[in-house]
Design a protein around this ligand. Structure first.
Ligand code: CTP
Ligand code: CA
Length: 228
């Protein structure tokens, strides 16, 4: 097929997006996981591509089809996700939308753990996973110009998210209120507070697709201030 040069405000920019959960093996047939659908990250990847960016999507196990025009790197574990992100560098933009497991099982069994009559159940010992957002945010020659993290919080959302932004060293945090009564976790809609170096802005409740389009617009404006 002919190579059509990208057009749009993000043409010539490379964006890295992480999405979905990670699976952390217990043994060859069992794993720890979480309820992330990957939807928000996939929407962001699509919105950035629509504005002309070259996009690498590093995705944990999800039930979503690949996106046309987006390079997909499928991974299972947090460590594989980190390795795939490192491989994707350099990039101009990193958006960490993945729900990376905070811990993995120490000493993953290489064969299936069996029940033994009369023996107590096995105990899982957890060890911390690498923090991909923190690593991507660390100053250095490969640090993307704009690093965006997510935060799912259940109380004092703006304060927790601002603290998370400082702790992780990223430029922006997209915070969402995941209190059960908001119905956001696992749903189609999101209610966002965007935390930047300039403060916090509350967005109206909108579809995850609109959140993605809005965020991609804000990113384009960051690189090309006359774009709106
Ligand atoms: N993140 C990451 N790697 C991890 C954990 C989190 O890249 N090992 C990223 C997520 O993709 C998200 C951001 O960090 O962009 C915040 O994730 P979150 O789970 O809210 O923050 P944590 O620091 O793990 O704090 P906690 O879960 O205790 O609230
Ligand atoms: Ca976490």
């Amino acid at each position: 097929a002919p190579v059509v040069p990208a057009t749009g405000p993000l043409a010539g920019r490379h964006a890295l997006v992480t999405a979905g959960p990670t699976h952390e093996p217990i043994d060859p047939v069992r794993y720890l996981a979480n309820r992330s659908s990957g939807r928000q990250g996939y929407e962001i990847a699509e919105s950035l591509a629509a504005l002309g960016a070259r996009v690498t999507l590093v995705s944990g196990p999800v039930d979503l089809p690949p996106l046309t025009g987006v390079t997909l790197r499928r991974v299972e574990t947090a460590r594989q996700m980190l390795a795939a992100c490192r491989d994707a560098l350099p990039c101009d933009i990193a958006v960490c939308a993945a729900a990376v497991a905070d811990w993995r099982v120490a000493g993953e069994a290489t064969s299936k753990i069996k029940k033994t009559a009369g023996a107590p159940p096995p105990t899982l010992t957890l060890v911390p996973n690498p923090d991909i957002l923190t690593e991507l945010s660390t100053p250095g020659p490969n640090r993307p110009a704009l690093v965006v993290g997510f935060a799912a919080e259940t109380d004092t959302v703006a304060q927790h998210a601002a603290a998370k932004r400082q702790r992780k060293g990223c430029d922006w945090i997209v915070a969402n209120d995941v209190r059960p009564e908001t119905g956001i976790m696992g749903g189609m809609e999101n209610e966002i507070i965007l935390i930047t170096g300039d403060g916090a802005e509350q967005w109206p409740r909108m579809d995850k697709q609109d959140v993605a389009a809005h965020l991609a617009d804000r990113i384009a404006t960051f690189f090309t201030p006359d774009f709106s």
